[in-house]
Design a binder for this molecule. Structure first.
Ligand SMILES: *[C@@H]1O[C@H](CO)[C@@H](O)[C@H](O)[C@H]1NC(C)=O
Ligand SMILES: *[C@@H]1O[C@H](CO)[C@@H](O)[C@H](O)[C@H]1NC(C)=O
Ligand SMILES: *[C@@H]1O[C@H](CO)[C@@H](O)[C@H](O)[C@H]1NC(C)=O
Ligand SMILES: *[C@@H]1O[C@H](CO)[C@@H](O)[C@H](O)[C@H]1NC(C)=O
Length: 402
């Protein structure tokens, strides 16, 4: 009897040792208790995807906190034409998203076709606890997420052979459950993993009135579905074209218009009232793929991974736009980026993929942004035995407690 129990125990232990650890501390003793918020990104490793948290202190500074296993695997898209794997494995913005109203963070697992949600402990926002289990993404190679303002609906876009959108209801105890009649195809001729960047979806967002679900596709267009009162989607999407490779999507505050970074030109402004698109070149751009908006400066910050440059853009009420200033960020190779507001100050949190680090910029009002903090990820990951590679890293979302 005793040896039988030992046998069960031994086999349970062997299963455990072959399963990635649930949590790895990255905090070097820091308690996280005085943090006002946190920033989250993911390793997106094919061997096991971890969501990594870094606490944000009241002065805007980051401190790495922990890595939590997502229960899924990451993936890297294939390049066309064939080449070595580049930065931005998922060709997307929004692979990690936060609900500030319901205190949770969601991420895609592109290799296992799932979405995971973690609860955020508002007393210690670095601390992550998985809610429910990872759910199927409704397609292949999920790359971007949208969460509504109430925090009870989550939608995902899949960029693989079976591509499309899919939505869920969120419950703080059960996590995500599929929302009926919400799986729709993007009608892309794709592979799993996706081949890109061209012809792949970039980001999924809700319109501010939450009556439309919008996806940018790097074939020049944005696709829009109507969201019915019961949460189901219209059978077909309508298309607005005119961009080159539209990437990140942000509504211009107070306007029925979207600014999209566009590595094919610089950026596009889609005017949804007039159905017209204006593409504006950023001189000497490398690849402007990500963006964030600061209420403090009233400006957009477009992120160029190819040149390691951040371009600040102002958009007027008549939807004219001007480049306010450009900031060189060394050899960061910045990708996913998010802005957080602490008091009246805005900070820009960027995944410096090429440098395997994180970079924080202080906004300081219009035209006055400055590099404020840099954090290395490579050595803390090594010390924590966390597999992490610059070419796989993806996502950036911030949470500030109320
Ligand atoms: C899909 O793409 C592949 C590879 O480029 C191509 O060979 C095939 O003809 C395409 N199929 C359709 C239906 O366009
Ligand atoms: C824009 O497109 C939508 C949908 O196709 C249409 O309902 C609307 O009338 C168009 N607006 C203009 C100004 O063309
Ligand atoms: C941009 O500004 C010019 C000059 O103020 C104005 O004539 C034009 O209508 C504006 N364009 C748009 C799209 O509002
Ligand atoms: C990426 O890092 C390498 C090595 O530090 C550097 O030579 C290169 O310029 C960087 N790329 C960008 C876009 O900053």
């Amino acid at each position: 009897m005793k040896s039988f129990i030992l046998l069960i125990l031994a086999s349970a232990l062997s299963v455990m040792s072959s399963t990635p650890a649930i949590r790895k501390s990255m905090s070097q003793g820091f308690s996280g208790a005085r943090a006002v918020g946190a920033a989250y990104f993911m390793t997106n490793e094919p061997s096991g995807n971890y969501l990594v948290s870094a606490t944000i202190a009241s002065d805007g500074k980051l401190a790495l906190y922990e890595a939590a296993y997502t229960g899924g695997t990451g993936a890297h898209g294939m390049s066309a034409p064939p080449g070595p794997p580049g930065l931005d494995a998922l060709f997307s913005q929004g692979s990690v998203r936060v609900s500030a109203s319901r205190n949770f963070v969601a991420n895609v697992n592109a290799g296992s076709n799932t979405v995971t949600v973690f609860g955020i402990d508002s007393a210690n926002p670095g601390r992550l606890s998985m809610i429910g289990r990872p759910v199927h993404s409704g397609g292949q190679f999920p790359t971007s997420l949208a969460i509504n303002k109430a925090g009870n609906r989550v939608c995902v876009v899949n960029g693989g052979k079976t591509n499309g959108v899919s939505c869920y209801n969120f419950d703080p105890k059960k996590g995500l459950t599929p929302s009926k009649n919400s799986i729709r195809s993007l009608m892309l001729n794709q592979t799993t993993p996706a081949t890109g960047p061209p012809n792949t979806p970039s980001q999924i967002i809700f319109s501010p009135d939450e009556k439309h679900l919008i996806v940018s596709v790097k074939d020049g267009s944005i696709l829009m579905w109507d969201i019915n009162a019961d949460g189901s989607l219209s059978p077909d999407f309508r298309t607005m074209s005119g961009g080159v490779l539209p990437f990140s999507l942000l509504y211009v505050p107070g306007k029925n218009a979207i600014i999209a970074s566009d590595p094919g030109v610089g950026y596009d402004i889609f005017n949804l009232d007039t159905n017209t698109t204006v593409s504006t070149p950023i001189p000497n751009q490398g690849a402007n793929c990500w963006s964030a908006y600061s209420a403090e400066s009233g400006n957009f910050y477009l992120i160029d991974v190819g040149l390691s440059v951040v371009t600040e853009v102002h958009v007027t009420a008549s939807l004219n736009s001007t480049i306010v200033k450009q900031y060189a960020v060394g050899t960061d190779g910045p990708i996913d980026t998010d802005v957080a507001t602490i008091g009246k100050k805005d900070f820009i949190y960027s995944l410096a993929a090429n440098a395997t680090g994180l970079t924080v910029l202080a906004v300081n009002g219009p035209g006055k942004a400055q590099v404020y903090q840099r954090i290395d990820l490579a050595s803390p990951a090594k010390a924590a035995n966390l597999p992490l590679h610059s070419t796989n890293l993806q996502g950036m979302a911030t949470f500030i407690r109320k």
